[in-house]
Design a protein around this ligand. Sequence first.
Ligand code: NAD
Length: 497
Amino acid sequence: MSFDSAAAAADIFDRLGVPRPEGTLVSCSPIDGGALGGVAPSPAAQVGEAVERAHAAFLAWRGVPPPRRGELVRLFGEELRREKEALGRLVSLEAGKILQEGLGEVQEMIDICDFAVGLSRQLYGLTIATERPGHRMMETWHPLGIVGVISAFNFPVAVWAWNACLAFVCGDAVVWKPSEKTPLAAVAVQALFDRAAARFGDAPPHLSQVVHGARETGEALVDHPKVALLSATGSTRMGRAVAPRVAARFGRVLLELGGNNGMVVAPSADLALAERAVAFAAVGTAGQRCTTLRRLFVHERIYDTLVPRLKEIWASVPVGNPLEEGTLVGPLIDEEAVAAMARALDAARAEGGIVHGGDPLGGLCVRPALVEMPGQTPITLTETFAPILYAMRYATLDEAIAAHNAAPQGLSSAIFTNDLREAELFLSAAGSDCGIVNVNIGPSGAEIGGAFGGEKETGGGRESGSDAWRAYMRRATNTINYSRDLPLAQGIDFAMP
Ligand code: NAD
């Protein structure tokens, strides 16, 4: 029976009780090219109107006590639980990831809802020792304003949730520009949010809005002076364009950009674990995760054991329709992604690589490529958003760490070792220079409880767990004088005549 993605999308919108979106920006499934629906692009003037509406929502929402704000996010989490299957399926249809990963992405939204609900009672500030008698000093955290979220195609819903759920409990309003390649998932998420808001009762209208379009729509958010925080996820090229524009108006920016993630496999590693971790991290999501494993440094003593085993996995991993049981690798997002993969493999060959796999399999499906490289050449230092793993030998851990850190990006990293000294060195200040550093698990598949993000060309932002919430609030330092005197800081004598 042939697969019909458009009919599958229609069923999902029926189930959600949302009319199938119609508009000139058409979303086509990478699975079979079917037109899933369309949205109307928002020109800059409409983005401006959305921001003004968000501002009004913010002025009301900031006065709502944080635990009550958390209640809205709790209700939204309930809607997500109810529609996990439908939304996960829509993510698979639109982004091409396997159903397990589509469902996992929605689970990540549910998890961040739970986290944010707890956080809504924990937006703590410090009480600070003051040098002046009869004084008290403290810091308070206030809602920041409007958070603009620009998201990438490969995590079409979870990244918004990481930002938005924190922003809502922090008292902010959110305007979201999803990727123009995955706009329908955003329509569905907004519908679920609206359901939660209706059950909540008195949330201000327009607390959460979606604007659609490509770069120009994003730029209107980037440049709007009322967008207090611009959180942008996507390529380093996008971040390079966005960061100076936000800086020019002294806005805040949170950047989650490209990765070029590495793993070191040391001689003491549990190779059975390592091979599974390498496979999930390198070929999972068809190599289209920011945390995808792209560079593998294998100790020379075990290289000829591990790499042949990986070649077998690469040759046999099931590639195809991501909604079919058993498929582990779905299609790439579009023709350009397939062409970019072919160009990268040509470059790797020209730089001395031996390419295994990497062939087009029809449609937008490709066999993942494992490339044995003589060393770290320019192509290995480039993020190609496709399932290409460059494998290299190393002799000493210092050499492997230096090669690992030579990448311009700094998102995620891992070491497989059972040697405590090696593990600790990799985690230390002299070890991996990434924002995420793992031992005996791969670089992809982070949990929401930790702060997520990376250094260097990855942009330096942190979202999701830990204290990432602080980016969505403004800090005020307060000093209160309860004495009958006016002592000045630093002992300054300013006696009036
Ligand atoms: P992309 O940069 O092409 O687009 C991302 C978003 O930015 C889209 O919504 C796009 O419309 C918008 N955009 C592009 N140029 C813009 C500009 N000049 N001004 C304003 N908005 C602009 O990225 P993509 O192809 O959708 O996603 C893949 C990339 O995203 C990879 O590099 C991947 O590593 C990265 N990514 C990073 C993270 C992270 O957390 N670090 C997560 C997911 C994806």
